[in-house]
Design a protein around this ligand. Structure first.
Ligand code: PRT
Ligand code: ZN
Length: 220
């Protein structure tokens, strides 16, 4: 996918926990969103802007590469995508999608701090964030990457512990797991591409950011 001349692009999650609130932010900033002919692209009626609706995992790359000028994504997803290359810049936290990446263990594991994870297997969907955290604690453990259903890994003996997102804690509780460590605090963030837009769109981009910032501030 490449840029369409003369239009800005904002990447938002197509469906999922951030989808509705992301659209609300765009609308509250004064953009009139029209459902497009296809599901991937919504057009903004009153400005030369398109919304690109994708999996949240694709948003950091689209914004880093300049395919999209702005994006709304969980900071956890952005952090996991960090790879040393050019990166999207965080403009502001958005106050929704709050959650915490936590290490949790079954009662059978005698937990007395990060050292208890030494040489254990830990299942997670966030292997890079977990790896950095383990290194910062001087712990060496095996990381098992799972795309979903991380919380069942200990019961299935796939892992000794997990590292997963928690919001209410109900999932951990339902699976008999105990939260032990906070690895990363997250919420949805507005991100901007390191690539400048076409010069004639710069002013529009700045004013959209300004208005989104006003929306977020008013929600305090
Ligand atoms: O399809 P796509 O790839 O776009 O979506 P997705 O399935 O990857 O993500 P989605 O929609 O589930 O979540 C999008 C973002 O919402 C995440 O990246 C987080 O930034 C944020 N978020 C906030 C959460 C949660 N809260 C959350 N509770 N993401 C996931 N969860 C899951 C968690 O993984 C666990 O399975 O909810 C369960 C725990 O919830 P509690 O309430 O039981 O603690
Ligand atoms: Zn995803």
């Amino acid at each position: 996918m490449s840029k369409v001349q003369g239009r800005l692009r904002i990447a938002v999650q197509k469906s999922g926990r951030l989808a509705e609130r992301s659209l609300d932010l765009v609308r509250d900033a004064g953009l009139r969103v029209m459902k497009g002919a296809n599901d991937l692209l919504y057009r903004v009626e009153n400005y030369p802007i398109d919304l690109l609706r994708v999996r949240d995992d694709d948003i950091p790359t689209f914004v880093a590469d300049g395919v999209c000028d702005l994006g709304v994504v969980g900071e956890n997803v952005l952090e996991e995508a960090r790879n040393g290359g050019p990166q999207a810049e965080i403009l502001m936290p958005l106050g929704f999608g709050k959650c915490t990446l936590k290490v949790a263990t079954p009662p059978s594991l005698d937990y007395a701090g990060p050292a208890s994870l030494e040489d254990r297997r830990i299942a997670t969907s966030y292997p890079r964030i977990l790896k950095r955290w383990l290194e910062s604690r001087g712990v060496s453990a095996d990381i098992v990457t799972m795309r979903g259903a991380v919380e069942v890994a200990p019961r299935l003996k796939l892992a000794h512990a997990i590292c997963d997102l928690v919001s209410t804690g109900a999932t951990l509780e339902a699976n008999g797991l105990i939260a032990q460590e906070t690895v990363f605090d997250s919420q949805a963030v507005l991100i901007r591409s390191p690539q400048a837009p076409e010069p004639e769109l710069q002013h529009l981009l700045d004013s959209i950011i300004e208005r989104m910032s006003g929306v977020v501030a008013s929600q305090g």
